[in-house]
Design a protein around this ligand. Structure first.
Ligand SMILES: [Zn+2]
Length: 114
């Protein structure tokens, strides 16, 4: 979770997208991570979760993320929530992300992922 928040802050500092970070863990090891790159890549699907999922799938050489946990800095948008069942995560995105919501952090303000 801490790593996801740090990634979100990195994305803000670089101006690559909104304040969102994501980390994917399998058996205690980070296998994918990312932050929002919608602005820097002109890719409206480059949400933190998607960036992290792409990296994790590449590292596992699989299109599914069984036994993986996803930690996000904010509640995932509907697009990212729809992907969850297709990759067979061990833990729910929303369940984990409810621990801390960076998008509602007073420093950053209440923003939604672009
Ligand atoms: Zn999203």
């Amino acid at each position: 979770m801490k790593e996801a928040i740090m990634l979100a802050e990195t994305g803000i500092e670089k101006g690559e997208g909104g304040p969102f970070g994501c980390v994917i863990v399998k058996h205690g090891k980070i296998i994918g991570q990312g932050y929002n790159k919608v602005i820097s890549t002109n890719d409206p699907t480059a949400h933190a979760e998607i960036v992290a999922i792409r990296e994790a799938c590449k590292n596992l050489n699989s299109f599914q993320l069984e036994e993986c946990e996803v930690y996000t800095s904010c509640e995932p948008c509907p697009m990212c929530q729809r992907i969850e069942p297709t990759i067979r995560l061990a833990k729910s995105l929303e369940l984990v992300s409810s621990q801390y919501r960076l998008c509602q952090d007073e420093k950053i303000g209440n923003r939604q992922q672009p």
